[in-house]
Design a protein around this ligand. Structure first.
Ligand code: URA
Length: 244
């Protein structure tokens, strides 16, 4: 594989990849390489500004994001459900992909899809604390003191639950819109937190998972390929996890 192609696989644009090589910022097996067309092999060590990557060809890996529509379960198949994200993927010929984590049937929003098992493990592991952001429409007015309580943490069904941050973004008649940041990924965590303070969730949208924002899939059912800087940011999480 050409060095340029490998750098693109890491998430750099073609122009940036050429630029990195031409400006002498790349070493391959301790030798400075200034030709983007240089052939590299699996197992070679490519250093970019002194940061080492052991070459592993990932041409088989693909990364997409889906705005899961409400009413669909986030598993690939479920004998009890007729609407699964597996059905959406089959229609788009993307049957090799798996969802990263889960999202309730009655919720919508960002689900990353990939066949990169290592990335799935890193993103879903509480150990690496990938941030998820939700917009929750909850019943009633939310007292600020109660939001503070959710940030400190609560006990629910024997589990400790907390949000990293929560802020009220809008107050409507009888409802509040709250933006909530989570990092643990426990089952029904946002709903359980707000049920605990007496403001049940009536609508839930995941607007962000790590670096992947809902803005590239604004409508329920939209699917987009993750590329460029976004892909680089996503793969950086995997790389960083390896160093921890
Ligand atoms: N929190 C929930 O309550 N539901 C989800 O689907 C995700 C987070």
């Amino acid at each position: 594989m050409k060095l340029q192609k490998y750098l693109q696989q890491l998430g750099y644009s073609r122009r940036k990849a050429d630029d990195l090589a031409f400006t002498g910022r790349i070493m391959v097996n301790n030798q400075r390489i200034e030709q983007p067309w240089y052939e590299i092999n699996e197992g070679d060590v490519v250093s970019i500004d002194g940061v080492d990557y052991v070459v592993q060809f990932e041409t088989r890996f693909e990364y997409y994001v889906l705005n899961k529509p409400k009413g669909y379960v986030s598993s690939l198949s479920d004998p009890k459900e007729d609407k699964t994200i597996g059905e959406i993927l089959r229609k788009r010929n993307l049957t090799n992909l798996k969802p990263v984590g889960r999202l309730d049937k009655d919720a919508s929003g960002v689900i990353i899809l990939t066949n990169d098992g290592e990335l799935i493990n890193v993103l879903t592991s509480a150990r690496y604390g990938t941030e998820r952001v939700y917009k929750a429409k909850v019943k009633g007015k939310v007292a600020r003191a109660k939001l503070e309580m959710l940030k400190s943490g609560i006990e629910d069904e024997g589990e400790f639950l907390k949000c990293e941050d929560a802020k009220i973004v809008e107050e409507q008649v009888g409802y509040s819109l709250v933006e909530v940041k989570m990092i643990k990924g426990k089952k029904h965590e946002v709903k359980r937190l707000f049920a605990h303070i007496g403001n049940p969730v009536v609508e839930l949208v995941r607007t962000k998972y790590g670096p992947i924002d809902i803005s590239i899939v604004p409508n329920q059912g939209d699917i987009a390929k993750i590329r460029g800087d976004l892909l680089k940011a996503l793969l950086d999480i995997k790389r960083l996890a390896k160093t921890l």
